[in-house]
Design a protein around this ligand. Structure first.
Ligand code: ATP
Length: 458
């Protein structure tokens, strides 16, 4: 069998046609860089989030989940530094009015050889001038000077027009975990080291969004903050790097398509930071980040809120502000990586091609499809479907040739197809077809549930 590489165009088309992901507000001409998950896509993303939660909350004896508010007191963003420094260096092309990020222009122009993270705005501006880096849209070399552009979306809260307070849509979920550090510690009687995890929406007014769901203005993050004592931070940093990597391979991403990339430039408070990158169709790109943030975040909240953020060690009576090891991954970027990884165009032995999504069965949107071979078998097939859908996301399809129905299921990655035929009426057996091998086995209906359950375990 021959595997052809996936392109973003093919993936976008498949996602649109098979109910995975649609353009946001499509009937109004779309809303740039917003995407809606359809009936199949929402199952896939939910399964990915569930797998993450299982690994980082359920199976972890010292981690606790929360779901914090998106809108937070504005002082939170002063303490975190977002109001003053959560910005990107932006330049506008005076010719075609397109906005670009100076750092991205340099990265693209130098083909990744020059690292703009290490440059000041002035140095970036000099580089662009010296190398005559042109606008990627119109080719002109006619830039405004670099300006810092804050990425937070602002809104306002107030009952009258005159009395409005500026508030923000959170640009990251992390602050929800930090401000609840003591609430979780106290109510769960947690002892440091322990973790707080959260899955939730974040919003960024990105200057150059794109590449399908890779960089959007509204996205979901899955985050785990590990609170520990200074001195334990190195060990936890290494542990979470490994845990993050193992999680990705456990849900079907091949290790050859993943790599660690240390940050060249650290924030002034950070001790270590790295990304795990995935080999997307457009090249190696960040999939998640792991940071040793020292006690910076809790110290800032102590300073700005005036509330002590110290932990009292019950064994030693020592009081201290814990260090934080942060692990943060975008649910949408991960879903995109899973889609890229799963996609295959197979040339079959008879010369035909089929598109098949090889999702790990544990995260596949639908686990099983029930397909009656002929119309007069529909009633029996419906009974089997009604029974199976109590336990699994199950699809029922009676339209078209059996070959076409198999292809439809292959394209949404359903690991098993159950065919109801005349023998089913005689002895209650069905054929079960495996998506990847296309091999079929004959099973008793009463054994179906256990068989599938075993295969789709996380
Ligand atoms: P990038 O360098 O790609 O802008 P970042 O370093 O700013 O990302 P973090 O702030 O560390 O990202 O966010 C953690 C994770 O959230 C990222 O690794 C990524 O998976 C996801 N993420 C961040 N920004 C976006 C976005 N605009 N669209 C989709 N996912 C995002």
């Amino acid at each position: 069998m021959d595997k052809k590489a996936v392109t973003m165009d093919k993936l976008v088309a498949l996602c649109k046609n098979r109910g995975l992901i649609f353009q946001g507000s499509e009937i109004y001409g779309g809303m740039g860089n917003t995407w809606d998950y359809g009936p199949v896509g929402v199952e896939l993303k939910n399964n990915i989030k569930r797998a993450w939660w299982k690994k980082f909350v359920q199976e972890s004896d010292n981690s606790f989940g929360i779901d914090a508010a998106i809108l937070m007191n504005s002082r939170v963003w002063d303490a975190s530094g977002h109001t003053t420094s959560f910005s990107d260096p932006q330049m506008d092309c005076k010719n075609c009015k397109t906005r670009s990020r100076a750092d991205n222009l340099i990265e693209a122009h130098s083909k990744g050889k020059v690292n703009p993270d290490l440059m000041s705005n002035e140095e970036m501006q000099n580089y662009i001038a010296e190398h005559k880096v042109a606008c990627p849209k119109c080719g002109a070399f006619n830039w405004t000077p670099i300006r810092q552009f804050n990425l937070m979306f602002e809104t306002s809260r107030g009952v009258t027009d005159e009395n409005q307070n500026k508030i923000y849509l959170r640009p990251e979920t992390a602050q929800g975990e930090f401000v609840n550090f003591l609430n979780v510690q106290r109510t769960m009687r947690a002892k440091v080291p322990f973790g707080i995890a959260q899955i939730g929406k974040a919003f960024r007014n990105e200057i150059t969004p794109g590449n399908f769901t890779f960089r959007t203005i509204e996205f979901e993050q899955m985050e785990h903050q590990l609170f520990c004592k200074e001195g334990q931070d190195h060990e936890f940093y290494d542990e979470y790097k490994q845990k993050a990597f193992n999680f990705l391979t456990s849900i079907g991403i091949s290790a050859e398509h993943l790599r660690f990339k240390d940050h060249d430039k650290l924030a002034f408070y950070a001790k270590a930071a790295c990304d795990i990158q995935y080999l997307y169709p457009m090249g190696w790109q960040e999939l998640n980040g792991i940071h040793n943030r020292t006690n910076h975040d809790l110290s800032r909240h102590q300073e700005f809120s005036g509330k002590p953020m110290q932990y009292l060690d019950p064994y030693t009576n020592e009081k201290y502000i814990p260090y934080v090891v942060e692990y943060s991954i975008g649910a949408d970027r991960l879903t995109l990586a899973i889609l890229c990884e799963a996609y295959e165009e197979e040339t079959l032995e008879n010369g035909e091609t089929r598109v098949v999504m090889h999702f790990a069965p544990s995260i596949a949107p639908y686990k099983v499809a029930v397909l009656p071979l002929q119309k007069n078998l529909n009633e029996k097939a419906m009974q089997v479907y009604k029974d199976l859908c109590k336990d699994f996301m199950c699809s029922y399809d009676e339209a078209g040739s059996i070959g076409k129905r198999y292809r439809r299921q292959d394209e949404i990655g359903t690991p098993y197809c159950v065919t109801i035929d005349f023998e089913t009426l005689e002895n209650n057996t069905v054929t079960l077809r495996d998506r990847d091998t296309m091999e079929q086995v004959r099973l008793n209906i009463s054994d179906l549930k256990n068989y599938i359950q075993e295969k789709i375990k996380f």
